[in-house]
Design a protein around this ligand. Structure first.
Ligand SMILES: O=P(O)(O)OC[C@H]1O[C@H](O)[C@H](O)[C@@H](O)[C@@H]1O
Length: 530
């Protein structure tokens, strides 16, 4: 297959919007001249369905929920006055709270001003604020931000070590839509213990972002935390960055959340349009559809040539893979849909996996993200009459050409510069593409039924570990093999899991489990100290 590349094709298909500061070039995707006309009927249907979704239809039927992230930046669009007022009040509340924190009107227990924020959350309750923070951070930020997004003890220690003695001037934001996710619950309890060790009240340094009525809401209320900000059931975790989840930490860091929202709102306005060549969200979704139709299984490699956008690939990975990776379509048929997303940043990637992209299997399409403005101010000339930024662009252009030469397809998104507005545009652009693509392939993009499976097995493993401990503790000092333990606790079918749990228990000191090393290793015998 030859990738068609020509100046005429480029001009013909280029989407350009000065106000959004956005260009979208799809000309290096190999779709045929008839592709858009062939898709007209499908797209008409999609536009109708998107209208219903935005009006508050139950677009997430399995969970019986509306899909309202588009209202977050355009509250008047919401289906009820109550919802639109709730969104507006929340933004005002966030701005007021941030101002009070910045002015030192709300302080920690020792009356010192808050200097840091520690965000405790996972998945959609972490990736959005982390991505936007890294895109917009500057030395002028009003607060320094830290993130705990796992239940890894060493990871938690590392972050707490970085915060060090400034824990007393650290505001903890515990974010969990459901309010019951294990990882942030553990992060919160670990951090709480640290405050207690310093003789400080965690509650006087904590705010919650969660749904009304959740376990976290209850805890924050019962313990009298500084404040709780709402999450709504009509906003999914992976599309929550423009709700309290992202807006609160970003406002506290002093970022321009109003322009972030404005960028998303303006992008939504364009991507709501039904004239496909003038709708960048539709163009993007159609390219994904073209690349993956007939289950061609193409992966999306996201290559932003900008350090500040390095986390964008990770952010998009959740947005796209959790939304589109589905076993069943809306009719209940087995379809195994999904687009695998990975990426890092250019030109770094040129020195790692580009080799495979050029010569390995042709099972992907690249999405380049180009930023025209290099930096604030003027750049020095480095070599060959060129600045570092000119080299960065040269690497992007070179890689793009090389891919085309090797008949590998690519999309190029260009933004004029990185600021709150363009980040809002990019977020909204991909959210819309996800919604449209999901409608094209007939799946529910707003639920994640399979994620629950891993959580259930994790719960089973904790129960199994406690059964093992209970058994060993009844026989202190006595050694047991894996089959003996498994049989005694009636878990014969889980011997491998019993073995793995015991290996972990012996390395860590908490439960006093020891071993007599066997050869080979699975013949090891285990005991608790007598
Ligand atoms: O915000 P939470 O309810 O704690 O959820 C955090 C994350 O965990 C879940 O497993 C979901 O798959 C994600 O979509 C979600 O963003």
């Amino acid at each position: 297959m030859v990738v068609i590349k020509s100046w005429e094709r480029y001009k013909h298909h280029l989407y350009n919007d000065d106000e959004l500061g956005l260009l979208l070039d799809i000309s290096r995707m190999n779709f045929s001249d008839q592709f858009f006309s062939e898709m007209t009927k499908d797209m008409e249907k999609v536009y109708g369905e998107m209208e219903l979704l935005e009006k508050g239809g139950l677009a997430n039927p399995d969970e019986g929920r509306m899909v309202g992230h588009y209202w977050l930046r355009y509250p008047d669009l919401a289906p009820s006055v109550e919802i639109s007022k709730g969104i507006q009040d929340n933004i005002a509340d966030i701005l007021r709270f941030a101002e009070q924190i910045h002015k030192g009107e709300i302080t920690g227990e020792k009356k010192q001003a808050f200097r840091n924020i520690l965000i405790i959350g996972i998945g959609g309750s972490s990736l959005g604020p982390r991505f936007v923070r890294s895109a917009l951070a500057s030395p002028r930020d009003k607060m320094k931000s830290f993130f705990i997004d796992n239940t890894d003890p060493d990871g938690i220690d590392y972050v707490l070590g970085e915060i060090g003695a400034t824990l007393d001037s650290t505001l903890c934001i515990v974010i969990s839509k459901s309010g019951g996710t294990i990882e942030p619950r553990n992060g919160m309890l670990e951090v709480k213990a640290c405050y207690q060790e310093l003789g400080l009240s965690f509650a006087k340094h904590a705010v919650a972002v969660t749904q009304v009525g959740s376990r976290l809401a209850e805890t924050s209320h019962n313990e009298n935390w500084l404040k709780a900000f709402p999450m709504w059931d009509w906003v999914g975790g992976r599309t929550s960055v423009l709700s309290s989840v992202g807006l609160l930490p970003l406002a506290l860091q002093g970022m321009d959340i109003i322009n972030l929202l404005q960028g998303a709102k303006d992008c939504d306005e364009r991507t709501r349009g039904t004239d496909t060549p003038r709708n960048p969200g539709a163009l993007l979704a159609l390219m994904w559809y073209y690349a993956t139709q007939d289950q061609r299984g193409k992966q999306m490699v996201v290559l932003p040539y900008k350090d500040r956008l390095e986390l964008f690939a990770k952010y998009l990975q959740q947005l796209i893979m959790e939304s589109l990776g589905k076993e069943k379509n809306l009719k209940g048929e087995t379809v195994h849909q999904g687009i695998a997303v990975y990426g890092n940043k250019g030109s770094t990637d040129q020195h790692s996996y580009l080799q495979q992209l050029l010569e390995g299997p042709d099972n992907f399409f690249v999405t380049f993200i180009e930023v025209l403005k290099d930096r604030e101010g003027t750049s020095p000339i480095m070599a060959e009459n060129s600045t570092s930024g000119e080299y960065l662009q040269a690497f992007l252009l070179g890689t793009r050409e090389a891919l085309t030469e090797k008949r590998r397809e690519s999309i190029t998104i260009t933004v004029k510069e990185i600021n709150a507005y363009t980040i809002g545009v990019l977020i909204a652009l991909f959210e819309r593409a996800v919604s449209i693509y999901a409608l094209l392939v007939g799946i529910n993009a707003y639920h994640q039924p399979a994620v629950e499976m891993g959580k259930k097995v994790a719960g089973d493993a904790i129960n199994l570990k406690n059964k093992i401990l209970d058994f060993l503790k009844v026989h202190p000092g006595k050694t047991f093999s894996i089959p003996e333990i498994a049989q005694a606790i009636q878990e014969e079918e889980h011997q491998e899991m019993v073995f793995k749990i015991l290996l972990h228990l012996t390395i860590n000191p908490e439960h006093g489990v020891n071993l007599e090393q066997g050869h080979p290793l699975p013949e090891t015998r285990f005991f608790v100290d007598g």
